[in-house]
Design a protein around this ligand. Sequence first.
Ligand code: SME
Length: 152
Amino acid sequence: MLSEKKLSQRYERLFKQLQELLKKTEETVSHMATVIAILHHKMPRFLWTGFYVLKNDLLIVGPYQGPLACQVLGEKKGVCWASVLEQKTIIVPDVHKFPGHIACDSRSNSEIVVPLINSKGSAWAILDIDSRDFNSFSQVDKEWLEKIVKLI
Ligand code: SME
């Protein structure tokens, strides 16, 4: 595992790369797909990296990389819904201990979910990242992923 300093330096490089890449179009879906491609391929511990978008009271899967995921999160339970309802980032060190956790892939052991907040202050989507390792996500991940989703 990378030291906090090395991890922060890596995120900083990815952030700068994304700032340049996202200037090429204003399409939201292209921005989302590019963020996922960069994060998933530059962070080997990420098993599944993707977005869910809120539509008609459902969370519908958006651009993602990794194994096939749940297409729709309908019941208001699990980590993604908790992040939407509480409008904050949630770090789960052990998904098996999170009440209502929805297991799309049995290899996932820890997770971070970051909400995307619109100009009216409501969550319209979430970034969800799963890891094979327990305890995979720190405040460094939270800080940088919150900055990265603001680029979208
Ligand atoms: N674990 C999530 C569901 C989405 S998958 O991890 C891709 C949850 O509990 O909401």
